[in-house]
Design a protein around this ligand. Structure first.
Ligand SMILES: [Zn+2]
Length: 604
């Protein structure tokens, strides 16, 4: 069997897409927010029966390969390799050789994985790893199991350990450097090794290593921290961005957390790797962190594929509070429902989760809705909450009014406005008027601007799609298909194939033993395209009555023939005009006869 077919047979598209998005059942199909364009109402559909996806917002669609190429930004050979590995399908050697050349990314994954395993082995099994291991287990109280789940490692004090080990495995310095594991040497520095021949040296030395995985579990980069805080030495060093590592997008822990996010229906967002690891050990596993950068809108967009419910648990210091404000802002605009966790008595979630798992779980349960968190923040330093001083009132208003002005739901907004009025001891109208001012300062979203262009089928595709989506009408409409000349490529292929099949099976059809199976009429790529087309139309017509659908098919066939008559007229008008101009009367006569003939052909 063909490798591609075999992969498709083994891999259910619903399972594949579920590992990226939360799919909701919708009739026979599944629905989700489209990962490929911004939207608030889901128009991304997956058909288990047809094994395809289709977005009715941005028109992207296709099979498992099309999905993974789009999602992971892969070429077809890369997607083939990835899904072959995932399903255990062996690719022919020739193809594998092609892949080796074509896939730089795969090589980077390979190198990173080898490095991660080596660092992990040094930490857990080598005498060089003893000190960092004691630090992690005794001081940070991590269990062995946690250390291996996150594949934590140790990079010893060496300029060329990883360089040598990976060169031994057959990789060149340049290949290893492309992962960001090495740093280019300046001049002919000898770095403690006389006469060394390196162009590069190890980036991570005497540091604890946190491998960073993408959602599929590939090692894409590393974060490395010092064991003890040293003066003038950065606590964390990260891999540089590479073709496989984009700090603004990658979320630490997502590969492990994604199934828990879906199960729990929300995600906890934290700032550091140790927060994720600590929480994981406390059995709160639907948690991710940004890595080596502050949280970006891109991070949030990635999370939006899994859930719309976000709990923020950033550090308790003033930087953490500022960051919380920013993330709330961005998350609300993206349509998240946001809560914020207050860490009582701990500086960060990692510390809280390790020292007191029950406190951590309790704090999460008590998370405040974003606006309530602003109220809480605004009242932190107030002496008498029932009687604010003038300056306290000003500070309070400054903190809470802007976020309230951004609330979309009018009832919710009015609720908070009246709370503000009560705290400030002013009339509600005053608060509403102030909120109005905030609103007029904000750029209003342009209706529909973020929605992508709606899918738009050509008339020929629309007609054939309808016929095939509702094949029970085939006997009534087959004669119409025969009289139409399809001009577009896909429709003419479909019509040709359909009519061939029809002619062979005509007898059975006429005898009434009519059985239409798409898989017998179409094969290969054409079948995929037909499936996509049908999917589109089934969605549009799923709630229509039979009568209505048949009417629509017949009307469209009229419109098609009409437009073809128009084309014919134009074509002959031009020819006739030329013959007239040339004074060629015989030609003129024959053209007119030809034209009338063609027209009556169309009337049949
Ligand atoms: Zn879309």
């Amino acid at each position: 069997m063909d490798e591609i077919e075999e992969i498709k047979r083994r891999l259910d598209i619903v399972d594949l897409i579920s590992s990226y998005l939360t799919l909701k059942k919708a009739g026979a199909n599944y629905r989700a927010l489209c990962p490929f364009h911004k939207e608030h109402t889901p128009s991304f559909m997956v058909s288990k029966e047809k094994q395809i996806f289709k977005c009715f917002g941005c028109s992207l669609g296709g099979d498992v390969f099309a999905f993974i190429m789009q999602m992971e930004n892969l070429t077809f050979p890369e997607a083939l390799k990835l899904l072959a590995d995932k399903t255990g399908v062996k690719l022919q050697r020739r193809k594998q050789a092609d892949l080796k050349i074509s896939s730089v990314k795969n090589k980077l994954y390979q190198i990173n994985l080898l490095a991660a395993k080596l660092y992990h082995k040094i930490l857990t099994q080598h005498s060089l790893g003893k000190k960092p291991l004691v630090y992690l287990t005794a001081k940070r109280q991590l269990k062995d199991q946690t250390i291996s789940e996150f594949m934590l490692g140790y990079a010893p004090k060496s300029w060329d350990l990883i360089l040598k080990k990976l060169q031994e495995k057959g990789f060149s310095q340049e290949e290893i450097a492309a992962t960001g594991l090495l740093v280019r040497k300046e001049g002919d520095g000898y770095y403690g090794v006389k006469g060394n021949t390196w162009t590069y040296y190890d980036r991570f030395r005497d540091r604890i290593i946190f491998p960073i995985f993408d959602a599929l579990g590939n090692v894409v980069g590393f974060s490395a921290r010092t064991i003890e805080d040293e003066k003038d030495v950065p606590k964390y060093v990260n891999s540089a961005d590479s073709p496989i590592f984009h700090k603004s997008r990658i979320l630490y822990g997502l590969n492990l957390a994604k199934s828990y996010i879906k199960k729990n229906g929300f995600v906890i967002l934290v700032e550091g790797q140790m927060d994720v690891i600590g929480s994981w050990q406390a059995r709160v596993k639907n948690i991710v962190a940004s890595s080596g950068t502050s949280l970006t809108e891109e991070h949030l967009s990635v999370l939006k594929r899994y859930t719309q419910n976000l709990i923020l648990a950033l550090d308790a210091d003033s930087a953490g509070i500022e960051a919380t404000k920013k993330v709330i802002d961005a998350a609300l605009l993206l349509g998240f429902s946001v809560k914020v966790t207050k860490l009582a008595g701990f500086k960060d979630p990692g510390e809280a989760a390790i020292n007191s798992p029950s406190n951590w779980i309790e704090a999460l349960k008590k998370s405040l809705a974003a606006i309530d968190w602003f109220f809480d923040l605004a009242l932190t330093n107030v002496k008498d909450k029932d009687n604010l001083t003038i300056s306290e009132k000003k500070t309070f208003a400054k903190i809470v009014l802007e976020p309230i002005s951004k609330i979309q739901n009018p009832i919710e907004k009015a609720h908070y406005a009246s709370q503000v009025a009560e705290i400030l001891q002013v009339k509600e109208e005053v608060v509403s008027a102030t909120l109005e001012k905030y609103n007029s300062q904000q750029p209003q979203p342009v209706a529909g601007a973020e929605e992508a262009k709606k899918s738009d089928l050509g008339l020929e595709e629309y007609f054939l799609g309808l016929v095939l989506a509702f094949p029970k009408f085939l006997p009534q409409v087959i004669s119409k298909i025969q009289t139409i000349n399809f001009n577009d490529e896909l429709p003419s292929q479909i019509a040709k194939q359909l009519l061939t099949w029809y002619n062979i099976n005509r007898k059975n059809l006429e005898r009434g033993s009519f059985k239409f199976d798409l898989n017998q009429v179409f094969k290969g790529q054409l079948l995929d395209k037909v499936n996509l087309l049908i999917f589109d139309l089934e969605e549009q017509f799923q709630e229509k009555e039979d009568e209505e659908i048949l009417q629509e098919i017949i009307q469209v066939s009229f419109r098609l023939r009409q437009s073809q008559r128009e084309d014919l007229k134009k074509e002959y008008a031009l020819k006739i005009a030329q013959a007239e101009k040339a004074g060629d009367r015989t030609k003129l006569k024959s053209l007119i006869a030809e034209f009338q003939n063609a027209l009556s052909e169309k009337e049949k």
